[in-house]
Ligand binder design. Structure first.
Ligand SMILES: [Zn+2]
Length: 184
């Protein structure tokens, strides 16, 4: 069990009570306890407060106010990594196939905006590894596309075709060529 786990357990066992730096340090067995507390806050959403947040706490005092965890704000990935993932995924949402610049299927007055999403959330131990990253449009990123899938308009179909593997795209291409009697 690592220092972060021990400090987390200690805070949970003392929820609602003021604990001191001294105690946290002896539980964690490390001098960089402040960094572990920051990780518990920023990466796991634990609402650990210090004298910076609460006037009734002295320097060196901490309190885990509640067992309820706040949604975690993902750390920003570097612009280079973001571009690499966008290029790898063809600037296309990996769930609904919407492409950069397409009209948003849920709000035609707006253009689709693409995000780089963590497949396994940071809050659940996900990392910034490339295999854990994918491109999502803002609708899919917020889970809306699962609630109300886009209809079969030509635009939405094109978006879906765009994210198919090349072999499937060629099959569709051949079908259309045959249908419209296009010669090679
Ligand atoms: Zn999408």
């Amino acid at each position: 069990m690592g220092a972060r786990d021990r400090i987390r357990d200690f805070f949970i066992a003392n929820v609602g009570k003021v604990v001191t730096t001294q105690k946290i340090r002896s539980v964690g067995g490390i001098s960089e306890y402040a960094r572990r507390i920051r990780e518990l806050r920023d990466e796991e959403g634990y609402q650990i407060k210090s004298h910076v947040d609460r006037a009734d706490l002295k320097p060196g005092q901490y309190i885990l106010e509640t067992l309820e965890r706040k949604p975690v704000i993902a750390r920003a990935i570097s612009p280079q990594l973001r571009n690499e993932i966008l290029e790898r995924n063809g600037f296309t949402c990996q769930l609904c196939g919407a492409g950069a610049g397409d009209p948003d299927p849920f709000n035609p007055n707006r253009k689709v905006r693409l995000h780089v999403d963590h497949i396994k959330p940071i809050s659940q131990g996900g990392t910034d590894d490339k295999e854990n990253l994918r491109v999502l449009c803002s609708a899919c990123n917020q889970g809306r596309a699962n609630v109300q899938p886009p209809s079969d308009t030509a635009l939405n179909l094109l978006a879906r075709i765009r994210k198919l593997p090349r072999a499937e795209q060629e099959e569709i291409f051949d079908f259309l060529k045959r249908k419209f009697h296009v010669d090679e």
